[in-house]
Design a binder for this molecule. Sequence first.
Ligand code: LRH
Ligand code: MN
Ligand code: MN
Length: 424
Amino acid sequence: MILEKKKIEEHNAVLLEQHQRKFNFFKQECDTVESLVSKLQRFQIAIPSWALGTGGTRFGRFSGKGEPATLEQKIEDVGLLHALNKSSGAISLHIPWDIPQHVEKIKELAASLDLQFDAVNSNTFQDQKGQKHSYKYGSLQDVNPAVRKQAIDHNVSVIQHGVTLGSKALTIWLADGSSFPGQLNFREAFQNTLASLQEIYKNLPPDWKMFVEYKAFEPNFYSTTIADWGQSLLLASKLGPQAYTLVDLGHHLPNSNIEQIVSLLLMEGKLGGFHFNDSKYADDDLTAGSIKPYQLFLIFNELVEGMDHNGMDHATALGWMIDASHNLKDPLLDLLQSVEAIMIAYAQALLVDRAALKRAQLTNDVVQAQEILQHAFRTDVRAVVAEARLRNHAALDPVKLYQELEIRNLLITERGENSIATGL
Ligand code: LRH
Ligand code: MN
Ligand code: MN
């Protein structure tokens, strides 16, 4: 299904007057509004192909209806999101969940919807049909060189798929670890992982990046071989200039100071990409900004500060992606809500008075430092985010338009009730 431009224009015409009132009010208070809007207009957040269907838990999965059953349909779903908000201009594929079969057709379809191919993700945390060796005890870390070789070869084939599509990065997340003390020699597991990653790294095209994703626990519950940003950074540093750490917001132990991690990774020039989601307990993969919006703002505050310090382009220097799972909500609505929350946090971070904050820090004015951050966080920036959408010819209120047009019902009519997506 393709969303006609006319539908967006009609929707915007109805909301325009109310929007302009709010935006004009904001403008009076903010002299950097034009720079803010143009930064927001350029900012794009990739959508993972595995988040377009209903996710499950280990206890069950309650399928949604009209889910995209093919890669083409997934690309169409991201196209719908992008038409609605013009901030979701890329799709990230997980292989082999989504193997591009008809590459030229897929590229044409994506281009017609104004979509790019973001990082490709390898999968050595599940066994696939017909696979010779099992990943039950690990993949790149495994004690058996044949298992490691199989996992390396898979990653190389993922790079090759990515090259055909025009992706520029490989994201590696490993479930490797152990669930019981004594199961693993930590040092050897780490060294095996490094040696395997080095083999994969050799196959990276020169303009590619490798993102090394860490995660504290799950599915292993005693140790994870790339468990935190230190271990990821160690690997990325040993691998070379094309390797970076990837931060997934759900992959930390409770109460970790993620904004501090972000700041130091930027300092080292080793922050590569981001997976946005939110959580209360673990890797809950909930809608970005739904549980801890202040934390999301604080993370963006460090991102903006660090990227500006390094002279990095906010829109292109890092890989921005959502990595969420939707058990209860329509995935497309959930993704629209996530993108909106990310844009709001980004806009608020852009509002922080950096010069005043620096003065407060240099004079140890703790009260003022807090005032400055909270002033930005408590500013209602929704009209600025909406203005950026309006100028990009997207919908003023994407969630409302999606609901008014009953897009899910249209997708059900097109695909059938029982159409099921592959993925988590
Ligand atoms: C692991 C993870 C990783 C995977 C995705 C499906 O929890 O965040 O990024 O590739 O989920
Ligand atoms: Mn992730
Ligand atoms: Mn995760």
